[in-house]
Structures are given as structure tokens and as C-alpha cells.
Design a protein around this ligand. Structure first.
Ligand code: COA
Length: 334
């Protein structure tokens, strides 16, 4: 999946030296021609420094999001209503952690070690998705995450799986298979509450009202202020812009929510039949930037859990890394 286990190694050159070397216009033109032809770029291939840097940033953030994203749902495993929902939630949380592993591996092929990525997460240097900084207060919150946040993630991942960097695309393809099961279980739980008792429906409506704005934020800032989109789309890392993905999500899921008799907390939300695009109130982007800077309702709590896990798991990592002390058993001679 990751190009035969090839891991790019740091050349030891400074970033400036590297950029001078890499800015070779002939190599850049050949690289861009490969991308235009729809070829996949693999770890050992020549690539511009900025392509490598952008991919590390994006894949690393994605990996962190999977790991941190397991936390709000993980706290509901013991409280999920009934054995069937508990089983499904355990499997889902386990899958999300697996997605994190696949993505860390994909980012490692670009030359950043997993340890460095984890350190940057814990120090707050590296971001992860805004949506995981909100509390899952009720079971309805878990169903909104399982249905709508997984749906939003699938819109993004299905598009980007057709992108240019081989290891990331292959990881995304596999993730999408599993996410489509998550979406089904989330949709099933969502419908159960929406068609249940008045109290269940009210609980779901309340969760939907609280999660709507974070979900609108999920696709990233509007295209006109998105700093990375232009380059990433030119190099086919992002296969659709933030606004296009947001629109695709609204097109597919708003009708499903309205059909169930639920409402969304945006009086301007409607499809413009002439343009085919959805119109909506601008979400509070100042709030979005505060949340991704570390000032959301649960940022500290989420990172503290990860720090605790890192500290308490360090002894087993150390033990596993001590090559000379590993026990070896000779295979029996036939
Ligand atoms: N949560 C946290 N940060 C976000 C964000 C979100 N939902 N959307 C955008 N940002 C951050 C970006 O990381 C960037 O910050 P940085 O320069 O410090 O890294 C900044 O906001 C500007 O946004 P933009 O230029 O639009 O970023 P982008 O081109 O990377 O696009 C995504 C944002 C989320 C669409 C893109 O990173 C992506 O597709 N990521 C992979 C999928 C993923 O991570 N999904 C989340 C978990 S399932």
C-alpha cells in the first residue's frame, strides 16, 4: 500500500538548499505533466518540496483527526443503548483508530516520523478537525456524529481518493469502505431516534441544532479565504474546493434530514434552483478559527486524554523498541 515500505529519508540539506535544488523548472514541469496525465506520485519519485510539505501537513492532520475523533464516541461505548449499538460502536471506534494508523503510515512515507507527528499533536503545533472539540452530551450527539460527520468525511475522502499521491489515495480508498459501514449504522441510529418517542425526537433535534455549525465548518473556510486550496487543487491533492464539498454534502444530506421532519438552525438554508447551489447563512468563521487554534470547548480535554495515554503507554513502547532485549525463539527444526 505504501510503495514497498519505502520511507523518504531527510537529506540533511537546509530547507533553502532543498528548495533551490527542487525548483528545477524541468523537473517541476515533468512532475506537473505526470499529475495532469492522472498518474500517481509514489514515495521514491521526485516531487517539489512544497508538495511534500503540504501533503505531510494535510495527511498528518487527517491522522490526528481519526485518533482524536474516536474520543467523543469512545466515551459512549458503556452507555450506548443496548447490546447491538454497543457492539457497533466498539467496532467503529476500533476502525477509526485503524484509520489513524493507515494515515500516519502514509505520512511517514514523506519523511516525518510518527513520533514527530504525535509530538506536534500533543504540543498543539499540528491541527486536527474542528468537529472533535465539541462534547457528545447525549446519545443523539453520537448518532449525529455517526451519520452526518461520517457523511461529511466521506464526501471529502471519496473525492480525494482520486488524487495524485499514491499512498494517501490507497489509504483513503480503504477508509472509505469502512466509513460507508459507519454511515449506515449512524443513519440507522438517527432514523430510530427521529421516528421514536417525542422525547427521542426532541433529543435528536437538540443535538442537530448544536452540531450544525461545526459541521458547516468541517469543510474548511470559504474558498476565497482558504490559504492552501489553490496549490493543492493544482497538484490534485484536493479534488474539490471547500465550498464545492460543502455544497455536495448539503445536496445529499439536507433532504434526508428534512424528510424525517427535523429542522436545521439556519433560516436561509435553501437550494437555489437556478444555480443548483445551496445557499446558507455564513457560519461564524471567527469561532471556527478560535476552535482550531485550541480554544474550543473540549480542545484541552481531548489533548489531555492523549497526553495521559502517551505517558502511560510509554513503558510498553520502550520495551518494544529495545531490540537487544527482545526474546527470540528458534523455529523447531523439521
Ligand atoms: N478543522 C481544523 N482545521 C481546519 C479545518 C477543519 N475542519 N478546515 C481547515 N482547517 C485549517 C487548515 O488546516 C489550515 O490551517 P494550517 O494552514 O494551519 O494548516 C487553515 O484552516 C486554512 O484552511 P484551508 O487552506 O482551506 O486548508 P486545507 O486546504 O488543508 O483544507 C481540509 C482543509 C479539511 C478540506 C483539508 O485539510 C482536507 O481535506 N483534509 C483531509 C481530510 C480530513 O482531515 N478530514 C478530517 C477528519 S475525517
Amino acid at each position: 500500500m505504501y510503495g514497498g515500505g519505502y520511507i523518504y529519508e531527510d537529506s540533511g540539506r537546509s530547507r533553502q538548499q532543498e528548495e533551490q535544488l527542487q525548483d528545477d523548472p524541468v523537473k517541476l514541469a515533468a512532475f506537473e505533466a505526470r499529475i495532469a496525465r492522472g498518474e500517481k506520485i509514489e514515495p521514491g519519485d521526485w516531487m517539489p518540496v512544497e508538495y511534500r510539505r503540504q501533503l505531510i501537513r494535510l495527511i498528518e492532520q487527517h491522522a490526528h483527526s481519526e485518533i482524536i475523533g474516536a474520543l467523543p464516541e469512545g466515551t459512549w461505548i458503556t452507555r450506548a443503548p443496548g447490546f447491538k449499538r454497543k457492539l457497533a460502536l466498539i467496532a467503529k471506534v476500533q476502525d477509526e483508530i485503524g484509520h489513524g494508523q493507515l494515515l500516519y503510515n502514509a505520512a511517514e512515507t514523506l519523511g516525518k516520523s510518527r513520533e514527530a507527528m504525535i509530538n506536534d499533536l500533543l504540543s498543539g503545533k499540528s491541527k486536527y478537525s474542528n468537529v472533535f472539540n465539541y462534547p457528545a452530551e447525549t446519545w443523539a450527539d453520537v448518532t449525529v456524529i455517526g451519520f452526518l460527520i461520517d457523511a461529511a468525511a466521506i464526501v471529502n475522502q471519496v473525492a480525494n481518493a482520486k488524487g495524485s499521491y499514491g499512498p494517501y489515495c490507497r489509504a483513503l480508498e480503504r477508509i472509505c469502505y469502512e466509513e460507508s459501514f459507519h454511515l449506515k449504522q449512524g443513519h440507522d441510529a438517527f432514523i430510530e431516534l427521529a421516528t421514536g418517542t417525542a422525547a427521542q425526537k426532541a433529543m435528536l433535534q437538540d443535538a442537530l441544532n448544536r452540531w450544525w455549525q461545526p459541521i458547516m465548518h468541517f469543510f474548511g473556510p470559504p474558498d476565497k479565504v482558504s490559504s492552501h486550496s489553490e496549490k493543492l487543487m493544482q497538484w490534485k491533492v484536493k479534488m474539490a474546493s471547500n465550498d464545492d464539498m460543502r455544497n455536495q454534502f448539503l445536496e445529499a444530506y439536507v433532504p434526508k434530514i428534512w424528510e424525517l421532519g427535523l429542522t436545521l438552525p439556519d433560516t436561509l438554508l435553501k437550494k437555489n434552483q437556478e444555480t443548483g447551489k445551496w445557499e446558507y447563512s455564513d457560519p461564524d468563521w471567527d469561532l471556527f478559527f478560535e476552535v482550531i487554534k485550541g480554544n474550543g470547548p473540549c480542545n484541552k480535554e481531548r489533548l489531555n486524554v492523549r497526553k495521559w495515554a502517551e505517558e502511560h503507554g510509554s513503558w510498553i513502547r520502550k520495551a518494544l523498541m529495545r531490540e537487544e532485549e527482545r526474546e527470540r525463539t528458534a523455529l523447531p527444526v523439521a
